[in-house]
Design a protein around this ligand. Sequence first.
Ligand code: NAD
Length: 488
Amino acid sequence: MTITQNPKVKSFETRLFINGKFVDASDGGKFDLISPTTNEKFAEVSEATEEDANAAVAAAKAAFPAWSALSPSERGVYFKKLAALIIESHDELAEIEALSMGRPVSGYFESYMAANSLNHYAESGHQALGTSSLNTPGFLNMTLRQPYGVVGAIIPWNVPVLFLINKSAPALMAGNTVVVKSSEKAPLTSAKVATLVEKAGFPPGVFNIISGHGHISGNVLSHHMDIRVISFTGSGRTGRLIQQASAKSNLKNVILELGGKSPAIIFPDANLERAVKETAYSIQWNSGQVCMANSRIYVHESIAPRFIELFQKGFANIRSGDPLLPSTNHGPQADGIQYKQVQAYIEEGKKTGKMVLGSEPSEHESGFFVQPTIFLETPEDSKIMKEEIFGPVVNINTFKDEDEVVAKANDTEYGLYAAVYTKDVSRALRMAKKLDSGSVGVNCTSPAGASDMPFGGYKASGVGREGWTVSMDNYLEVKTVLIRVDEE
Ligand code: NAD
């Protein structure tokens, strides 16, 4: 079957948003967007040049003094307007993402989460407080929390609006100005948000959003001497380049949210139906293109046959097809590159493990669809157990005891999210302590999360944490002020 897409959205914003204005790239350059569902070109987007990235940073630098002088409540007014506009644009954002990277509109939630974040930060600015101390005789000392200046944000394509807002909102509320670079695979929702930033009336230069490839404009941002903090979500490979760029330029602070190879561990006393349903969803949602997806499942050998049988049945409910249709819950991979990468891992997996398909083969002639795929009995040291596949491919292996499974689960360079299913509270807490992971789910797995809990990675899954209670700290310097107090 060949899919023909029929979107309600007929035109998109595709330009750069710099200094409060939409502009074409300085050299007129554009790159093509290909629908991952039909494999047909459907848009041309401005490719920011080095000059454009520099212009965005210069605009942000010029806007900083006035923006940082506003009170948090004054900044919050813009945030609330933007939150309302994002909610109003929910359907359009969902459609644009479905067209760009194939995410089904049926599960689109980012607009609500992004608006929640904006509304949260709109009210949180006054929490940026310093400390005071009388502990040094003859002194009253204090700390001030101050914005850095220009913050850079480089975001991936898998959940773009959420990353855009979760990085920009705390940075802006702390008084910084921002330049965001969207991903070349899914730039249109960021450009749409830029139109809403304009409507919300943010002063020119405060909130700049550019599109383009990483090695061009992203590289300029990571090396820029006027950017003092850069927040990045994406692959470990690019994260390392951004750390190097920081070291080579101005030692800017770097926050990195990187990849994962998350384990889910199922003990014999687990609620089996729940464990199956949630672990299957974790690796299938967004076609497995989720940093924290549980791509390795360790199930106790005594319940493994039943678990695997139910798991396959769970995958059988998947309805792959046009992500614009409300009935679809499994879209294609984001583009041809992702598709080829996942297929290469599947071929690799066939050499070492036992492959079981989780659903009927998709019969779409066009598009980059990958069937949810299960591998059993894969050796722990094989490539598909060690590397991030970023597709709907899961390894299910068995274990006999707690120590063995902890050793296996931790035997990876990643450490983003781990899950444990058991009714034994002490065992759950022992596991939570022992697993090398930034988040541990007990009787739940990713994407379960909490906005007021820090999110980030152990080991090579990241540097730093993000979340409502910690993100503003990422964007505030600490200054110590020592004040001598004369006694008379
Ligand atoms: P990617 O690293 O290829 O690209 C991410 C961003 O970096 C894009 O905007 C890209 O243009 C830019 N970029 C690429 N090269 C650059 C360079 N040399 N300098 C500056 N910027 C550059 O990653 P991706 O394919 O977009 O995203 C998938 C990866 O992101 C996966 O590894 C996934 O696990 C990870 N991810 C992590 C989290 C998290 O919160 N930990 C969330 C989502 C995705």
